[in-house]
Design a binder for this molecule. Structure first.
Ligand code: NAD
Ligand code: ZN
Length: 238
């Protein structure tokens, strides 16, 4: 397999999705049945679901917390952390994943655009920052409230909500000369647009995953395979 060359003048922007954690045993979300771990997205992962039944939403994310804590980073997470170690501040990782497997593999220059499982925040826009929270909430009665009176919600970007830190993401894409997109179906926006933004700036764009994403035509190269099998040894760093 041809490697991906990274020269000393390259700046790399990486976007990962649920597929990179699949080999760690965490289910992806648009698997054939369109469900996430057996649940319909509209029941557990939208602002409407939160308003209608916050207890159900918390049960769902509590289970994801347990699964996430049990899972271990796989060779793909480690390969990216190693790449970061080699090129330092010319590397930036944006993940759509809410698990912490990138951090546990050693990545530090990363941003969770869709939030993090291990944090909670106030349901109101009261300005209080998210807090670390590993609890499993079996009932809504156990869920605490913010000082302002708002109920604590998962620090997760629900479908229909604006992803986090878009300004910083746009800035990093603008600077990139190489974009690597790994294990994401290209169906969730705005993340699916990142490859177009990178192309507009003249960057090389590479997709890595076992099947072509919906936005496949925007990539200059597609490396077919499972992330954990393909990523180790893929990069030729100058
Ligand atoms: P997706 O579930 O829509 O698509 C998964 C993609 O991964 C598919 O294109 C599939 O071909 C690919 N894939 C499967 N196995 C792979 C492997 N071994 N190596 C590489 N690729 C593989 O994922 P998405 O586009 O990230 O959208 C899912 C949304 O749901 C995200 O926004 C995310 O926040 C959330 N989600 C997160 C997690 C997590 O944190 N682990 C898990 C499920 C869903
Ligand atoms: Zn509050």
């Amino acid at each position: 397999m041809a490697g991906i060359s990274i020269t000393s003048s390259d700046r790399v922007f990486v976007l990962t999705g649920a597929g990179i954690s699949a080999e760690s045993g965490l289910p992806t979300f648009r698997a054939e049945d369109g469900l996430w771990a057996g649940n319909r997205i509209e029941d557990v992962c939208t602002p409407e679901a939160w308003r209608r039944n916050p207890g159900l939403v918390w049960t769902f994310y509590s289970k994801r917390r347990v699964d996430g804590a049990k899972a271990q980073p796989n060779p793909a997470h480690f390969a990216l952390a190693e790449l970061e170690g080699r090129i330092g501040d010319r590397y930036f990782l944006c993940t759509q994943n809410v698990d912490d497997l990138h951090e546990r593999a050693g990545s530090t220059r990363l941003l969770h655009m869709h939030g993090e499982l291990a944090k909670s925040r106030c349901e109101r826009d009261c300005g209080k920052p998210p807090v670390e929270d590993h609890a499993f909430y079996a009932s809504l009665d156990e869920v605490g409230r913010c000082a302002c009176g708002g109920r604590m919600r998962p620090h997760i970007v629900f479908f229909g909500e604006m992803p986090l830190e878009m300004d910083r993401i746009q800035d990093e894409i603008h600077k990139a000369t190489l974009m690597l997109v790994i294990g994401t179906s290209g169906s969730v926006y705005p993340a699916a647009s990142f490859v177009h933004w990178a192309r507009q700036g003249g960057a090389r764009t590479v997709y890595i995953g076992p099947e072509h994403p919906l936005n496949a035509s925007a990539f200059t190269q597609i490396v077919e395979g499972k992330a954990g099998e393909v990523l180790p040894g893929l990069f030729d760093v100058e």
